[in-house]
Design a protein. Structure first.
Length: 185
């Protein structure tokens, strides 16, 4: 119950984050919302295991909130010219391809695949990259210090994110091929 409420709270933070970033451009407050989201992401998983409250709803809400934050952040960062278009295109392209793979799995009667460690690692890196990228805005000493870390987390997270998408596509192709060989539609 509590872990799901944290996931719902995290989802509700997405429009606030976007408004802060794109409306008044209150990067400090947007950063606070992003950090709060990352903390509640960690906390809801820990609580679900600790309280033995893992649920199917939680298994859907948690990755949905992750994906929504990633997509929203990428679109806002593109609009603010914080990241180049090709980074956004690669990461959103991955989302689109994985979305199609999920539809193919569903069409063939499969549940969504389990989240992989590569996917978790990618999300972890991107959740560090995004706040750091916000910190790089401006000419302060903090921006200069954050810049190499932001670019490193963005690069590593981006590579892992695309790689995890490729792994999901391979899992989908294998599952569908095995089902067809077994004679099922």
């Amino acid at each position: 119950m509590v872990p799901n409420l944290l996931s719902i709270l995290r989802l509700a933070g997405v429009p606030l984050f976007l408004w802060l970033l794109l409306g008044p451009q209150e990067d400090g407050w947007a950063l606070a919302v992003l950090v709060f989201s990352a903390l509640t992401d960690w906390l809801d998983g820990k609580l679900a295991r600790w309280l033995d409250q893992a649920s199917r709803l939680g298994q859907l809400l948690d990755p949905a909130a992750d994906r929504l934050y990633i997509v929203a952040t990428l679109v806002a960062f593109l609009a603010r010219e914080i990241v180049p278009w090709w980074v956004v295109a690669a990461l959103l392209g991955r989302e689109l391809v994985v979305g199609v793979a999920l539809l193919v799995l569903r069409r063939h009667g499969f549940a969504p695949p389990e989240v992989t460690y590569v996917g978790k690692g990618a999300t972890f890196n991107l959740m560090y990259a995004f706040p750091l990228l916000l910190l790089t805005q401006g000419d302060s000493t903090a921006a200069e210090i954050a810049r190499p870390f932001a670019y490193a987390f963005t690069t590593w997270g981006g590579v892992l994110y695309v790689w995890s998408g490729a792994l999901y596509v391979l899992q989908t192709a294998r599952a569908v091929a095995l089902r067809r060989r077994a004679g099922a539609p």
